[in-house]
Design a protein around this ligand. Structure first.
Ligand SMILES: [Zn+2]
Ligand SMILES: [Zn+2]
Length: 172
């Protein structure tokens, strides 16, 4: 089953290409980069000035082609119920995921931008969310890509690869 990468709003093409390469290497499936869609305003929650990830997934589903996984890439502040923020979220049943670059960018922490680091972080979160759509849960191994990132430090510590316990569970 191929993977479609869906830019949500304006996303740097180098970042999309980098994510695509990371996905090909993790899953071996062909990846297509689709034309961008607008940021779904139906997912915006004014009280929090954030976007609810579940509602983005609902919109993404309407853009999903049959028999293809879909990963949205946004650059907006997203959250899930019960969490202040998330780097991404997945819907295993529908094989859809979304990640956001906003909290992965050095410049949003008052630091100089770093494209290579942004791409590496985005690859990890992209492989993580799509890993869920392949049936993988969270892994206790802090270096495994399926480890839950509670903070950017977690993302930087984990690798872009599945650990030896998770890799065999991947049903490709
Ligand atoms: Zn997860
Ligand atoms: Zn693992």
């Amino acid at each position: 089953m191929g993977i479609d990468l869906q830019p949500i709003g304006e996303i740097d093409s180098d970042v999309l290409t980098g994510i695509s390469a990371g996905l090909v290497s993790a899953f071996g499936n062909p990846v297509r980069i689709k034309p961008a869609i607008g940021v779904p305003e139906s997912s915006y929650v004014p009280d929090r000035n954030q976007y609810l990830a579940d509602l983005i997934l609902t919109v993404l589903k309407t853009h999903q082609k049959a028999d293809r996984r879909l990963l949205g890439v946004a650059d907006i502040n997203i959250y899930s119920q019960g969490l202040n923020f998330v780097f991404g979220q997945a819907d295993y049943h529908n094989r859809i995921g979304v990640i956001s670059l906003t909290l992965l960018k050095q410049e949003n922490y008052g630091l100089p931008g770093d494209l290579a680091l942004l791409i590496e972080r985005a690859q990890k979160e992209a492989v993580h969310e799509l890993g869920h759509t392949f049936g993988l849960g969270h892994c206790q191994d802090g270096t495994c890509v399926m480890h839950f990132s509670n903070s950017l430090i977690d993302t930087d510590v984990k690798k872009v690869y599945f650990c030896r316990r998770c890799q065999p569970k991947l049903v490709l």
